[in-house]
Design a protein around this ligand. Sequence first.
Ligand code: GTP
Ligand code: MG
Length: 198
Amino acid sequence: MKITKAEFVTSAVAPEGYPGERLPEIAFMGRSNVGKSSLINSLLGHRKMARTSSTPGRTQLINFFRVNGAFLFVDLPGYGYAKVPERIRRTWGEMVENYLANRKELVLSILIIDSRHPPTANDLRLKSWLEHHGLPFVVVSTKTDRLSNNQLRKSLSTTAADLGIDVGAILPYSSVTGRGGDRLWRAISEKIEAFRAA
Ligand code: GTP
Ligand code: MG
């Protein structure tokens, strides 16, 4: 995908704050610090579009970015950061579920897993939740630049087994090298085309 324009649109906590334009949306989700914002930046070839941080829990709002004036990338707040107070954690869950369950423009969810660790209980819960709601999703295993080929092979098969999906269905990715970008863009483009055709 050739990126001609990428711009921040708005941050929101609830539907009143979501953008009003009826463009297809691709949402990026995963645990805190897994690399959601970095993945968005690397897909856009824009190092500073979505704020990244080595401090987990940085992205606490739903952030919308317009790409090529044609679709939106949605950076969801991460889950599972232990140091977040229970009250805020609940708010986050509601904020994300509200978006996922009700957003008609949502065409694809990208569930991001850290290739260095097995999926967490929250990852498994989210994946079941997406299936339950009939929402199309792809699983991306990121930070693969940190693993040897052998470690990566093992990691992918563990992740696939834990999630109960085919190993070939997982997209290995690295925001540092851009590995996996073509395949992920293809998955995204397909959904955008289908939204337009509908
Ligand atoms: P929150 O918004 O806090 O939930 O985090 P996030 O999921 O948006 O993660 P973010 O993109 O901020 O990245 C977290 C840390 O992981 C940063 O230090 C990134 O530089 C690093 N990181 C992200 N993706 C990769 C990757 O593919 N490879 C490597 N080596 N580091 C990565
Ligand atoms: Mg982030």
